[in-house]
Design a protein around this ligand. Structure first.
Ligand code: ADP
Length: 554
């Protein structure tokens, strides 16, 4: 803009100079031409007076620049009698010259025309003399041009000086105009007060600034809301572009991908996880189809759901959702194992029952063996019933449905009752059942608590040796009720102690083969403890004994 302003100012100055110069020239030309005519007329009068006094001899003394100034004496008949510029005799008759005709008629005449003699545009002034002749003085117009030419260097000097001056002025002026515009405070247009002409523009800018600020505030709010929502999601959330670069993510995504943080610069998604599964899923989602996969990240199972973002038929990126499915997968695995185990556990007694029944039905059994076979069938059915009972109990604990309401349960009384119920069994095995039960009650489900105590004491008796001991103790320790069941039995190898709470798990089959059990007792204890927020610990030494401790919060 500054350059343009400068250019226009210069052009204006040049135009003004040219017009001024032309006008001056015209005026000066006019002045010169008028004064030239005036001086020619004056000269003519002077020469005429001198001619009147001294006659033709005077004319001989008149010096004229023969190329511009000329004096001619013409007879009444038009014959040239004398001429300063040419030989009079060689000149043609001048009777037809307008100035001569006018002088003959009126005493004086003038004319401007091309002179054959001087070969130039010439001004003629003719005066009639007392002797009847005509005295004519002539001057070429060239002389005016010559005077103008003489003025030219000065005029050029003025033109250059004016041009330089206008250039400097224009430059200064354009800077003066531009500077306030450059210094405009565009953040606060309304606070500027430079040119009234800029007021509408600044007003509009102010309005636009306000609109932009309002839009930015709305955008920020929407962004904050979005971040707030996504950051409170348990699911991981990632948006990637078509170059697989991460555009947006939430905190859960980072923790699920096991990453502390993503830097400021855009990251490629594969820099966060390089697994083959993710590569395959990205390939499919960026080809425009929804895809999912299971990622193994830091011993956790993370399910990834990917949906393409399509705009006008083109895949612009993808939205990825990550969900921790470790527990779900674990439960699924347990359920599968459970179903397989249940089928196996059911099949074994049923096969025996079917075998015995078949022998009896076919009449292959001797009559004296029939009661023994029937006894075996009875035992197997009992095993089946207790297995099915345990499965029912476990599944009720699993679902936590159909369980009675929690209430304050007298744990001491309950432990006493269980011990009394199992006393005959202990006595049968010649095992001493010792009790150290302090009064204590906890909040819980009586039926489940009874199952737990029963299974623990039952195990302590079952996996004991003849004439061994079982000690059931209950006491308050701070904010806990501690139930411990110790025995002097076969013990549990350290490597197995973790696994005894698994469903259907039984330590060393050969060891416990002749000890009836379903392998579900401790699973019920574990689940019961979970429901009551209690902690279980096992301390055991092979052939020395086992202590199982359950700590209930009060
Ligand atoms: P089971 O019906 O076989 O008793 P549990 O779940 O109650 O099933 O116990 C799982 C396994 O843990 C048992 O088979 C046994 O091998 C072992 N176990 C449990 N309690 C004891 C204990 N007091 N002493 C030794 N081994 C035990």
């Amino acid at each position: 803009m500054k350059k343009k302003l400068l250019l226009y100012s210069c052009l204006l100055a040049v135009a003004a100079i040219i017009i001024t110069a032309v006008l001056i020239n015209i005026t000066v030309y006019r002045d010169f031409s008028d004064s030239m005519r005036e001086s020619v007329r004056l000269d003519a009068v002077n020469i005429s007076q001198a001619y009147g006094s001294y006659g033709e001899d005077y004319l001989e003394t008149v010096e004229g620049d023969s190329s511009t100034y000329r004096v001619t004496l013409i007879s009444e008949q038009g014959e040239v009698l004398f001429d300063t510029a040419a030989d009079a005799e060689s000149l043609a008759n001048h009777a037809d010259r307008p100035e001569v005709i006018a002088a003959l008629a009126d005493g004086a005449g003038e004319s401007t025309r091309y002179s054959e003699t001087l070969s130039r545009e010439t001004y003629y002034y003719a005066l009639a003399q007392a002797d009847g002749t005509i005295l004519r003085v002539a001057m070429t117009i060239d002389s005016v041009y010559a005077s103008l030419l003489a003025m030219l260097p000065l005029m050029l000097l003025i033109v250059v000086a004016v041009f330089i001056l206008s250039l400097l002025l224009a430059s200064w002026q354009s800077r003066r105009i531009i500077r306030p515009i450059n210094e405009l405070d565009l953040d606060h247009p309304a606070d500027n007060d430079i040119y009234p002409e800029l007021a509408p523009l600044l007003g509009r800018l102010q309005k636009q600034n306000e609109q932009i600020s309002a839009q930015m505030a709305r955008l920020r709010q929407a962004q904050n809301e979005f971040a707030e929502i996504t950051n409170h999601m348990r699911e991981g959330f990632l948006i990637i572009d078509d170059k697989e670069e991460v555009l947006s993510y939430n905190k859960s995504a980072l923790s699920l991908l096991d990453i502390a943080e993503i830097g400021e610069t855009p990251q490629h998604i594969l820099a966060l996880n390089r697994s083959e599964e993710l590569r395959g899923t990205l390939e499919r989602v960026l080809a425009g189809e929804s895809a999912e996969c299971l990622l193994n990240i830091a011993q956790r199972k993370v399910r990834l759901l990917a949906n393409p973002v399509v705009d006008q038929g083109q895949v612009k990126g993808a939205v990825l959702l990550l969900r921790d499915t470790t527990e779900q997968e674990e439960r699924e695995k347990l359920r599968r194992e459970f179903t397989a185990n249940v089928s196996h556990e059911l099949k074994t007694p049923l096969t025996s029952i079917s075998g015995y029944a078949e022998i009896i039905a076919n009449g292959l059994a001797r009559p004296e063996d029939v009661p023994r076979f029937a006894g075996s069938i009875y035992d197997e059915v009992q095993r089946l019933i207790s297995l099915i009972n345990d499965i029912i109990k476990l599944s009720r604990l699993d679902e936590e449905e159909g369980l009675p309401q929690r209430q304050q349960v007298d744990l001491a009384g309950l432990a006493e009752t269980v011990c009394e119920r199992l006393e005959p069994e202990a006595a049968r095995r010649r095992i001493m059942l010792e009790r150290q039960i302090a009064p204590c009650s906890v909040s819980g489900i009586e039926q489940v608590l009874e199952e737990m105590v029963y299974n623990l004491v039952d195990n302590a008796i079952k996996y004991n040796r003849p004439e061994g001991q079982v000690r059931v103790a209950l006491e308050r320790q701070g904010a806990e009720a501690v139930l411990s069941v110790s025995d002097s039995g076969i013990g549990i190898p350290e490597s197995e102690q973790e696994r005894i709470f698994e469903r259907f798990y039984r330590v060393d089959k050969s060891h416990s083969d002749n000890i009836p059990g379903t392998g579900l007792g401790l699973s019920i204890v574990k689940h019961g403890a979970m429901i009551h927020h209690a902690k279980i610990s096992v301390a055991s030494q092979v052939d020395k004994g086992t202590t199982v401790e359950v700590r209930f919060p009060l």
